[in-house]
Design a protein around this ligand. Structure first.
Ligand SMILES: Cc1ncc(COP(=O)(O)O)c(C=O)c1O
Length: 405
């Protein structure tokens, strides 16, 4: 009886210490440094903004017009099939074959609310409380949060920075335990811009097959690779059929951030299980955006080429400007995405949040603290070159003044 009372009091005490209304899952998630920097940046007039990984171009006209037509023709007033309209899934199936070398039947495709909802639904379908998910780090902070909100345990494995933040295959092997359920990564990477090589991804698939692990991919930046780097989809390996869930999006390729539309590919026996998460969260992806996405796939793909050309010259400019700050930053040239992740060489950079706040306050330049992407990101900052060249020059002119050059 005494023990029972003691335990009861202990439980009450724990409950009183935290906000009793909130789940432990939610409490474990830290405030987003990206959102915090955005909030602070809004208070600074004429800020030079390098914080967001969001395309600055507008959605191409033919895509917007297709959405207007769908509205005018009364196509968007109801729900669609949970998995997405069939015409869109057929086009996605063709695209996966053509661009990703993935043999995808429509029964293996789920249209989602951006890549993010696909990734979250995949985690919900796969992960039991306490299951471990390996994340090569630094990584997109949303992935860490998705694992935590799914009651899983993120296991962050540092990438090899000196070789361009490449996968550390041996280190990944070493952290596998009986609780490991999946490996989740984005390539090209947010925040480092690294394109994981086909050789390493094949080694990762061997690890998955040997240990019965799932691989969850985030291929948001699939089209943005430079200098001969090539994007490789792990689901193109036929043996991975049952072990891979691949998430894609229209956000980056067609500048459709606000449309919230993406899709996921998985084995047809997994799709109904993933739908068990997709339906209670979403029912279906926004129908108007599904028609816009259909037009994006069927229409001209020139916008992708134009965006890529712009990002490539913006990357070259940013690298050139960083070279002039070589006493302050060391950087790995990104082979993809539109992000880079320089290391801060000053001792003040050990606390990347304080450093970014100072840069914002004193130089009016908004960046993202590296620690937002996991502890291995500390001592770095993330810079986005998905901005105009004018913005890059403005930010770097100010940084040069800030550093006394
Ligand atoms: C790696 C990565 N995945 C996914 C997203 C978001 O994708 P979506 O808008 O399709 O949900 C982002 C956005 O910055 C990202 O960087």
């Amino acid at each position: 009886m005494k023990i029972y009372i003691k335990k009861y009091i202990e439980k009450k005490m724990i409950k009183m210490k935290k906000d009793w209304r909130i789940s432990n899952r939610a409490l474990k998630i830290k405030k987003s440094a990206i959102h915090e920097m955005t909030r602070l940046s809004k208070q600074v007039e004429d800020v030079a903004f390098l914080s967001w990984a969001k395309p600055t171009s507008d959605t191409p006209e033919h895509i917007k017009n297709a959405a207007v037509d769908a509205i005018t023709n009364g196509l968007v007033g109801g729900y669609s099939e949970n998995a997405g309209i069939i015409e869109l899934r057929r086009e996605i199936s063709k695209k996966l074959k053509k661009d990703n070398n993935i043999d995808a039947d429509v029964s293996q495709i789920l249209v989602t609310i951006g890549a993010v909802e696909g990734l979250s639904s995949a985690i919900m379908a796969l992960v039991d409380p306490g299951d471990e998910v390996i994340l090569p780090s630094p990584t997109y902070s949303t992935h860490i949060r998705q694992v935590i909100i799914g009651s899983g345990k993120p296991v962050l494995v540092p990438t090899i920075e000196e070789e361009g933040f490449i996968l550390d295959i041996d280190a990944i092997r070493k952290v596998i335990t009986p609780k490991t359920k999946a490996i989740m990564y984005c390539s090209p990477s947010n925040p480092t811009g690294t394109v994981f090589s086909e050789k390493h991804l094949r080694q990762l698939s061997d690890i998955a097959l040997e240990n019965n692990l799932m691989i969850i991919t985030d291929e948001a930046y699939e089209y943005f690779t430079y200098d001969g780097y090539k994007h490789f989809s792990i689901a193109s390996i036929p043996e991975m059929k049952k072990n891979a869930i691949s998430c894609f999006t229209f956000t980056k390729s067609y500048a459709m951030t606000g449309w919230r539309i993406g899709y996921l590919h998985a084995d047809e026996t997994l799709i109904p299980q993933i739908k068990k998460a997709h339906i209670p969260f979403a029912i279906c992806a926004p129908v108007v955006s599904q028609y816009a996405a259909l037009a994006a796939l069927k229409g001209s793909q020139d916008c992708i080429k134009q965006f890529k050309q712009h990002y490539l010259s913006a990357r070259n400019l940013m690298c050139k400007r960083l070279d002039r700050l070589s006493s302050f930053f060391d950087y790995q040239k990104p082979g993809g995405a539109y992000l880079m992740f320089p290391k801060i060489l000053l001792k003040e950079g050990k606390d990347s949040t304080a450093f970014c706040k100072k840069l914002l306050k004193d130089a009016k330049v908004s960046t993202t603290p590296g620690v937002a992407f996991g502890p291995t990101g500390e001592n770095h900052l993330r810079l986005s070159f998905c901005v105009t060249e004018e913005m890059i020059n403005k930010a770097f002119n100010r940084m040069e003044t800030f550093f006394g050059l």
